[in-house]
Design a binder for this molecule. Structure first.
Ligand SMILES: [Zn+2]
Length: 328
């Protein structure tokens, strides 16, 4: 779909907004692509990002990129945890909800929640807040970046209500507190496994190097980086995916892309085996002219070369999303 370049810093004209809101009706539904991992930078307070020295990636820029890359719908992930708040100039809950109201046919949003919120000090304490966000249209929780152990009592309180409210949680995983951002877990993700078993009603969506590196046997030293190359021994993710139907993976960012492309035979086996548990995602928001996420070309090429089946392709690009989030 061609979108005229008529954006101004004052916002969009009504005609342009109508075009942005319309998904391409000529595309067959099997070609639908839904991005589960998108961010936008502050649009209501542009001077803030400018002073921070970050290039804007406003909702209008996201829509422009979606149109040129053939992405039909995106899920906005607010960043509100203390570790990431303001750091990237990424929009929070209110601005993401506003954006979905402006472009309801193209955008959906999760809500950002902090497990360290005082409301979460007792089990069930977050129920009211989650109900409010659900009422406002939020369909999941994340990107979860709070840097405390995944087994922490406060995470457990949140995991419980998320299951009760039927809100999947998208996690960034990290190896240590105070290193960067994300739920903390040890090598081989024993905490995640424990929580998957303890909260079977809660859908966990994994993301980040510490999650995806577990596709292969990995060392403590390697796990925080981008591990490339042959998968000599299957890692924990194979067993987790098999044993826990509430575990999903988001293939966004360098971590997701490398995990699914580092060893074509093994990776395609993983994709085929667990294609009903993978979501397409991009996780990029640096500027209007950044590179096209490699996941798009990878999936299309793999389908064309018969490395993955049409069922797997459609599961990842949209079917899993529609099923999990009860759309369509
Ligand atoms: Zn992200």
């Amino acid at each position: 779909m061609f979108i005229p370049n008529s954006m101004t810093s004052n916002g969009l004209g009504r005609r342009t907004r109508r075009l942005f809101n319309r998904t391409n009706n000529n595309r067959k539904s099997c070609e639908m692509i839904i991005d589960i991992h998108a961010h936008i930078t502050y649009g209501n307070f542009k001077i803030f990002s400018r002073l921070l020295g970050r290039k804007p990636f406003t909702v209008e820029i996201l829509l422009k990129r979606m149109n040129s890359e053939g992405i039909d719908k995106s899920v906005l992930l607010p960043l509100i945890n203390a570790e990431v708040l303001d750091y990237y100039g990424v929009a929070g809950n209110q601005e993401c909800i506003e954006a979905t109201r402006k472009y309801p046919d193209r955008l959906m949003t999760f809500c950002g929640i902090d497990p360290r919120s005082m409301m979460n000090y007792k089990k069930g304490g977050l129920s009211k807040l989650l109900a409010v966000y659900k009422k406002l249209g939020c369909i999941g929780i994340g990107e979860m970046c709070a840097s405390i152990p995944i087994t922490h009592r406060l995470y457990q309180n949140l995991l419980y209500v998320a299951g009760e409210e039927n809100l999947p949680i998208l996690f960034h995983f990290v190896s240590k507190t105070g290193l960067s951002y994300g739920a903390v877990d040890k090598l081989n993700l024993p905490g995640l496994e424990k929580m998957l078993g303890k909260f079977p009603k809660t859908i966990f969506i994994g993301h980040s190097p510490c999650f995806w590196n577990e596709i292969a046997s990995v060392t403590d030293k390697e796990r925080i980086g981008y591990v490339k190359g042959a998968i000599k021994k299957e890692g924990k993710l194979w067993r987790f995916m098999k044993n826990y139907p509430n575990l999903y993976g988001d293939i966004s960012a360098g971590s997701g892309y490398i995990a699914l492309s580092r060893d074509s035979a093994k990776c395609c086996k993983f994709i085929e085996k667990f294609s009903d548990r993978l979501f397409f995602g991009t996780d990029r928001f640096t500027s209007v002219d950044e590179a096209v996420p490699p996941q798009i070309g990878f999936l299309k090429e793999s389908l064309k070369n018969k490395m993955i089946s049409k069922t797997a392709y459609e599961n990842i690009t949209h079917n899993n999303f529609e099923r999990t989030f009860h759309l369509g």
